[in-house]
Structure formats: structure tokens, C-alpha cells
Design a protein around this ligand. Structure first.
Ligand code: UP5
Ligand code: MG
Length: 191
């Protein structure tokens, strides 16, 4: 199980908004466990498991994988990490996922939301697609990811804004400039 003082911060934002990039910077400076739901899913796909094979197709279609899959992967990784401060990157991606995670594991302390125009995200993802090898970094899947994000994931931001837990940070600047604002937020929530 998790330590009594466990804390969770969700790191959200559209596809290519810079969630992973900023989490990498945070963990250079703070003692945090960074768990990317997408990275955990890609590892599961790579393992060749039956669950992974099912997820591979959904991810290539820009759709959400079943909640139970991400919840199990995250829970296992949280416990195995031995850490107590968790940055959960790219999850929850729908309102019901947020509610279920919080009742099954722990309420979120705060949410970082990276705000980025679609044109900028598309540009970043297409560029990354030249070398990433990610099966979802192509123009067609990117369009589907944006659609899923708008329809299913954006309500999560509003949910946490209403609870005054969500900190919106502009993602349109250099990674270092974005990180300066991330730090201000993290200091504010006493990470
Ligand atoms: N870059 C970053 N910051 C920049 C900046 N400030 N200026 C210029 N360039 C910048 O960055 C993307 C690219 O932009 C990189 O090349 C970077 O160098 C550059 P990155 O930090 O990787 O952005 P990130 O927001 O992490 O983008 P990512 O593609 O990982 O976001 P997604 O949310 O699309 O992907 P994720 O891996 O979270 O999920 C993939 C799929 O898994 C989903 O589509 C879904 O099918 C599935 N999934 C679920 O079903 N459920 C889940 O809970 C999670 C995932
Ligand atoms: Mg990422």
C-alpha cells in the first residue's frame, strides 16, 4: 500500500502540450515519482501481453484504453516506486476516471494544466513523429487524439478548476520559461 503521507499531482494538457518535458524538469529538482500513463501503456504494449495488444489498437486510433488498465498500471507503479509524492502525467483523461481514481487511491492535491493551442501541439507532434517511433505521432492519429482530448479530457480541467485545485500554465514558451511558471505553482502548493 501507499505511505500515509502520499500526495498526488495530476499533470494534464493536450497531446504534445509538454507534460512529459515539464515532468522531466520537475524531477531533476524535486523528489518526485513521475508516472506517465502513456509511457506505462506503451511498455505494456511492448511486453506483448494480451492487454497490451488491445491497448495498441486503441492508442493508434487516439482512443482511451479501458480505465481498469490504466488504474492497475498506475497503482502498481506507485506502490513499487516506494515514493510518496507522485506526478501522474496524462491521467485522468475523463471525468469518471478522475472520480474513480480518487475514491480507489487518493484525492489529488493539485492539477497542473498545460494550455497550448492546437496548431502548436500539432507542429510539435509532427516534428517528434519524424524520430519518436510512436505509432500515434502521425497527422491522422493526431487529429483523433485532439478530438478525444476535447470531448473527453477537457472536462477534467473544468472539474478541478471548480474545486480550485487546477493551475493553468501557458505552454507556449521555451521549456525553461514554462518551467519557471511550473516552479511558482509547485512552491505554492508546497510540493
Ligand atoms: N516540446 C515540449 N515542450 C516544448 C516547448 N515548450 N516548446 C517547443 N517544443 C516543446 O512534448 C511533445 C513534443 O514537443 C516533444 O518533441 C517536445 O520536445 C516538444 P511532450 O513533453 O512529449 O508532450 P506531452 O504533453 O507529454 O505529449 P504526449 O504526446 O505524451 O501527450 P499525449 O497526452 O498525447 O500522450 P500520452 O502518452 O499521455 O497518451 C498516449 C495515448 O495513450 C492516448 O492517446 C490514449 O490512447 C492512451 N492513454 C489512455 O487511454 N489513458 C491514459 O490515462 C493515458 C493514455
Ligand atoms: Mg507525454
Amino acid at each position: 500500500s501507499l505511505p500515509d503521507d502520499a500526495q498526488v499531482v495530476f499533470v494534464l494538457g493536450g497531446p504534445g502540450s509538454g507534460k512529459g518535458t515539464q515532468c522531466d524538469k520537475i524531477k531533476e529538482e524535486y523528489e518526485v515519482v513521475h508516472l506517465s500513463a502513456g509511457d506505462l501503456l506503451r511498455a505494456e504494449v511492448k511486453s506483448g501481453s494480451e492487454v497490451g495488444q488491445k491497448c495498441e489498437f486503441l492508442m493508434r486510433e487516439g482512443k482511451l484504453v479501458p480505465f481498469a488498465v490504466t488504474l492497475n498500471l498506475l497503482k502498481k507503479a506507485m506502490i513499487e516506486s516506494g515514493g510518496s509524492f507522485f506526478l501522474i502525467d496524462g491521467f485522468p483523461r475523463a471525468l469518471d476516471q478522475a472520480a474513480q481514481f480518487e475514491s480507489a487511491i487518493i484525492p489529488a492535491k493539485a492539477v497542473l494544466f498545460f494550455d497550448c493551442p492546437e496548431e502548436e501541439m500539432e507542429k510539435r507532434l509532427l516534428k517528434r513523429g519524424e524520430t519518436s517511433g510512436r505509432s500515434d505521432d502521425n497527422a491522422e492519429t493526431i487529429r483523433k487524439r485532439f478530438r478525444t482530448f476535447l470531448e473527453q479530457s477537457l472536462p477534467v480541467k473544468d472539474h478541478y478548476l471548480a474545486q480550485e485545485k487546477c493551475h493553468v500554465i501557458s505552454a507556449v514558451a521555451t521549456p525553461d520559461e514554462v518551467y519557471d511558471n511550473v516552479k511558482v505553482v509547485l512552491e505554492g502548493i508546497n510540493a
